[in-house]
Design a protein around this ligand. Structure first.
Ligand code: AMP
Length: 281
């Protein structure tokens, strides 16, 4: 496995791989790798039919607001290198903030509307940071396939929109959510939870199971499903709901009924830790 830190070198490596007719699958991450991240490499190889895997490990300052956890976001570079190598990654791109952002940078990439709903209400500048860095990474790595996790479904839908709107030539694949045994979606931020919070955090995935059961039994009304989910979560005294919503996957606008292409998504605080989860129907 090769480690590259310079954007120029990364781009030269990719161009050379493409000349050799390699099919590059790309997995952007912020590191602190867990099985959820590593599963995306397998998806790039199997579903994306890639023979070369590039993973970026970059904690992107632009997607954190000043009051958020950029400084304390977990970092474990030496372990990440080993985990990536064991997962069959060919190149890890690990730039510094200075490599990615010059001091006089003035350009942002913003996907209107989709970035200001759901997580965008509590985190109004977050998705602009994500789309700006992902656009840059896609230029640098130039992959045929890029894999994102459904765990961050809104992010994935926003990036799909950006790639279409900017006519970028990469296929975006959304990979399934990898969960702990009790159902909690794996996340680097789970490490912030106290034992008590960790015990109650399973209510996110369980509330989605409640929704699934209601839908399978024929319930379609979003308001009824959301109320049942809210009641379920509120039984956990450490949980504070940020939002629960039923939206269309294309527009991310709320829908009164659960139909095809519907996303049920939620964000819940445990103390300062904000967890998200979702299902797509
Ligand atoms: P992050 O490092 O949190 O920015 O995540 C990097 C990528 O891994 C994103 O595409 C996430 O959606 C994906 N990811 C994070 N957690 C999971 C999970 N539990 N299952 C599947 N993909 C995940």
């Amino acid at each position: 496995m090769i480690v590259i830190t310079s954007p120029g070198e990364m781009n030269a490596w990719s161009q050379s791989a493409r000349r050799r007719e390699k099919r590059i699958g790309f997995v952007p991450t912020m590191g602190c790798l867990h099985r959820g991240h590593l599963s995306l490499i397998d998806v790039a190889r199997s579903h994306g039919k890639c023979d070369t895997a590039v993973m970026s490990v970059f904690v992107n300052p632009l997607q954190f607001a000043p009051n958020e956890d950029f400084d304390k976001y977990p970092r474990q570079w030496e372990l990440d290198k080993k985990l990536a190598e064991d997962a069959g990654v060919d190149v890890v791109f690990h730039p510094s903030s200075e490599d990615m952002y010059s001091a006089n940078a003035k350009t942002f990439v913003e996907v209107a509307d989709l970035s200001s709903v759901m997580c965008g209400i509590t985190r109004p500048t977050h998705f602009r940071g994500v789309t700006t860095v992902v656009a840059k990474l896609l230029h640098i790595v130039s992959p045929q396939v890029t894999v994102f996790g459904q765990k961050d479904a809104q992010q994935c839908f926003i990036i799909r929109r950006m790639v279409q709107d900017l006519m970028m030539e990469t296929e975006i694949i959304m990979a399934p959510i990898i969960r702990e045994i009790d159902g909690l979606a794996m996340s680097s931020r789970n490490a912030y939870l106290s034992a008590g919070e960790r015990g109650q955090a399973v209510c996110l995935s369980q509330s989605l199971e409640v929704a699934k059961k209601m839908i399978n039994a024929g319930e379609k009304r979003s308001a009824v499903i959301l109320e049942a989910m809210r009641t379920y979560i509120q039984r956990n005294p450490l949980a504070k709901i940020d939002y629960i919503t039923v939206v269309n996957t294309e527009t991310l606008q709320e829908t009164p009924e659960v139909l095809q292409n519907t996303l049920i998504a939620l964000a819940v605080y445990f103390g300062k830790t904000r967890l998200i989860d979702n299902i797509i129907l």
